[in-house]
Design a protein around this ligand. Structure first.
Ligand code: ZN
Length: 244
């Protein structure tokens, strides 16, 4: 079983009746519900309001893949929590950063760039699968039409992705690298652009398929490692070999 924790700020849903109408149980539970329908995935949630943002060491030690949705309160996530997530990613935990999570502390720390982009609400998106042989694109059509989605446009200030899987085109004319993969340490990171809080994007079955695929892709292949620093090797392998 792949153990997923869906982290959500959880503020828009309580502050806006429009958002609450789209996601009455919160974005985190909407994502958790479709992930939980998969036989090989077990999903839990964590939110900003919980102690330590719900991301204690114990929770992270029991998480194979962390999904991150945040927008208006990135700075309310303590650095201590961010560093804990960061260490776990470097050790092999998968991380899927959704939509406005591009500005989260954890994503910016992992990227090392500003992660700036251009944006405009209320556009229409055609999301193109530009790498159909990638594991995250399995079962996904050549393109997906999202009738209402927030425009995120280039230039997106990120390091060159190891793999680009999806490219967004917007009716206003902009394009965006909407589905990007990186490896950081032993961990796999996927950024996925669709998912503005007032749009029902996470109810779209093709979008759900992509996130499910991303969970399987990002899941660690080996047990997640603890940081053991840079040890001094007193005896070389060759010396050891000769002594045997
Ligand atoms: Zn948004």
């Amino acid at each position: 079983m792949i153990k997923v924790t869906v982290w959500n700020e959880g503020l828009h849903e309580t502050l806006s009746t429009d958002v609450a109408a789209v996601y009455p149980k919160g974005i985190h539970n909407a994502i958790k519900d479709f992930l939980s329908s998969q036989p090989d995935i077990t999903a839990g949630t964590a939110t900003l309001k919980q102690k330590q943002c719900g991301l204690t060491q114990e929770v992270l030690d029991n998480t194979d893949v962390l999904i991150w949705w945040g927008h208006m309160a990135h700075n309310m996530v303590p650095d201590k929590v961010v560093n804990r997530v960061y260490e776990r990613v470097l050790g092999g935990m998968g991380l899927i950063v959704l939509h406005s999570g591009h500005y989260s502390k954890i994503f910016k720390k992992l990227m090392g760039t500003t992660c700036n982009l251009n944006w405009r609400e209320g556009d229409r998106e055609r999301l193109w699968t530009v790498n159909p042989s990638h594991p995250i694109a399995q079962g996904v059509p050549a393109y997906i039409n999202l009738d209402v989605e927030e425009m995120y446009g280039e230039r997106f200030d990120i390091p060159e992705p190891d793999e680009l899987v999806f490219l967004g085109w917007f009716a206003g004319g902009e394009v965006f690298r909407s589905g990007c993969c990186w490896q950081r340490g032993l961990g796999r990171v996927f950024y996925f652009q669709p998912g503005h809080e007032s749009n029902p994007t996470y109810r779209n079955e093709d979008i759900q398929r992509i996130i499910i695929n991303a969970v399987r892709w990002a899941a660690p292949q080996n047990p997640v490692q603890k940081d053991e620093g840079s040890p001094h090797v007193k005896q070389s392998p060759e010396e050891k070999y000769k002594a045997e």
